[in-house]
Write a protein of this length. Structure first.
Length: 460
């Protein structure tokens, strides 16, 4: 499925750097190289996968654009599976742009976002899971995220779905033989109990996989942790501590924070977005009230809510209000200002907090902060759910396809146990095969490919 035209783009990030790489892929790559590149040592035959030193020349004027290293990667031994030219020039934005323009004038067209990877997929170099893993690797924010992406690139999810497909195909083949030969004598129907067992095994495996998305989503997108509490409890002080920088304004005045402020950190391998919010209190100030409305919205969208109490003052109606409004959420409760004389009376705390760990902390001295980080980490893991699968889903698209495969398999299971004719069962098995095929891209539409690759960067 080699594409007819040659695409080109700057493959390195925008800005200045030691080197910049311009990449061209397609049937004209070698010819473009010959047009633009003047090797230092003349009359060398160009060998694939070797770096050659020389200059890039503007063919119209003969002007030297840059001193470069170039490599030609002959098809099919390149990332895209096509003939690929790489020009390693000096990493200045103007130089890269000029070299790219020269490549385009020599006959390439600008690549769309993700088009190199799309070609790698279309040419069968990688499947769709692997193509998506490339992007996931580039955007990974933690080691765990990177590890999962590398696992996908190496085909762990592709192998898992491949095995599921093979098992379904085996069952389907049996049933289709029954359908084809049911008129003939001597063809026994396959024992239903055995087939049902196999189907149950498959649905259990898919269930394990879809459940792993809880962890995968958090590793990939991060968790949202909202800090809430009455005015002046020290939310912004804690927020700054957690970030390790003075990001939010801290003052002794209640009502300092109005808007919510958010910032990401790597919390023991999980990308976490902490959100500092306005203090909850009765206020006549319309700006502050607006900010307080936002707190409730933020808390509702959080993976974890940190409720902060103040050790240096009694439990108030606002505290109660906050605890009640967050009932049922994934909470971490901490008592701040434990460096001051304790006024907060444990016996005045509401029912909801009894039996719950209340972490003593001081945003001022840093005391208890490690325990708080651990508690937030544990709460995030709780919200991710238990992950028993060795393959972890990180992509919502994969999860949705697997859920469809699961639903069809369950219907097949019901039809089979209900004694329906094998045609019905076979129909649902085929549906589940289609859904599984979408994960790796065996069954995809052009539209889906557009959607996936448009999120990629140009040059990848
Ligand atoms: N002693 C002591 N003071 C603290 C501690 N944490 C915060 N403070 C002080 O409490 C006051 C309020 O702190 P902030 O961090 O602004 O509190 P906040 O909850 O963000 O307040 P609002 O934004 O107004 O709702 C400041 O004077 C802080 O220095 C602490 O652990 N111990
Ligand atoms: Mg504040």
């Amino acid at each position: 499925m080699i594409q007819a035209d040659t695409i080109a783009a700057i493959a390195t990030p925008p800005g200045t750097g030691g080197i910049g790489i311009i990449r061209a892929s397609g049937p004209d790559a070698e010819r473009i190289g010959q047009t633009l590149f003047r090797p230092r040592k003349a009359a060398q035959a160009c060998r694939s996968h070797r770096l050659y030193h020389g200059e890039i020349i503007c063919p119209a004027t003969g002007r030297v654009l840059d001193e470069v290293l170039v490599a030609l990667l002959r098809a099919p031994h390149s990332f895209t599976g096509e003939e690929t030219l790489e020009i390693h020039c000096h990493g200045g934005p103007l130089i890269c742009e000029e070299v790219l323009q020269a490549v385009l004038r020599a006959g390439a067209r600008p690549a769309e976002p993700g088009e190199f990877t799309r070609r790698a997929f279309l040419n069968g170099r990688i499947d769709l899971v692997q193509a998506e893993a490339v992007q996931e690797m580039i955007t990974a924010r933690t080691q765990r995220g990177l590890d999962l992406a590398i696992g996908h690139l190496h085909g762990d999810l592709s192998r898992t779905t491949g095995k599921l497909r093979t098992s379904i195909l085996d069952i389907l083949t049996l049933l289709e033989a029954e359908i084809d030969f049911q008129e003939e004598d001597g063809i026994e129907a396959a024992p239903r109990e055995g087939l049902l067992d196999q189907l149950r095994g498959l649905t259990a495996r898919i269930e394990e996989l879809t459940a792993s998305y809880g962890e995968g989503r958090i590793v990939r997108d991060g968790a949202r942790v909202v800090i809430t509490g009455k005015a002046n409890v020290g939310k912004s002080s804690l927020f700054n501590r957690l970030l390790g920088e003075k990001r939010a304004i801290v003052t002794p005045h209640a009502g300092t924070t109005r808007d919510f402020i958010e910032e990401s950190v790597n919390l023991r391998g999980i990308p976490v977005r902490f959100v500092d919010t306005a203090g909850i209190r009765e206020s006549q100030d319309p700006i502050e009230r607006e900010g307080i409305d936002l707190v409730w919205q933020q808390a509702a969208a959080a993976d974890v809510v940190v409720v902060l109490l103040d050790a240096s003052c009694p439990f108030t109606a606002e505290d109660r209000n906050i605890v009640e409004a967050n009932r049922g959420r994934n909470l971490v409760v901490a008592i701040n200002k434990c460096d001051l004389a304790r006024v907060l009376d444990g016996s005045s705390l509401p029912e909801e907090l009894s039996g719950r760990e209340l972490l003593p902390i001081s945003a001022k001295t840093g005391e208890g902060l490690d325990a708080l980080r651990q508690a937030v980490h544990d709460a995030i893991s709780r919200s991710a759910g238990e992950c028993r699968s060795d393959t972890v889903l990180t992509n919502l698209r994969h999860r949705m396809a697997l859920e469809r495969a699961y639903a069809s398999l369950r219907t097949a299971e019901q039809s089979l146990s209900g004694g329906l004719s094998p045609e019905f069962v076979a129909f649902d098995l085929r549906e589940s095969l289609g859904a599984l095929g979408e994960v790796t891209g065996q069954t995809v539409t052009e539209e889906l490919l557009d959607r996936i690759f448009s999120t990629f960067c140009i040059g990848k």
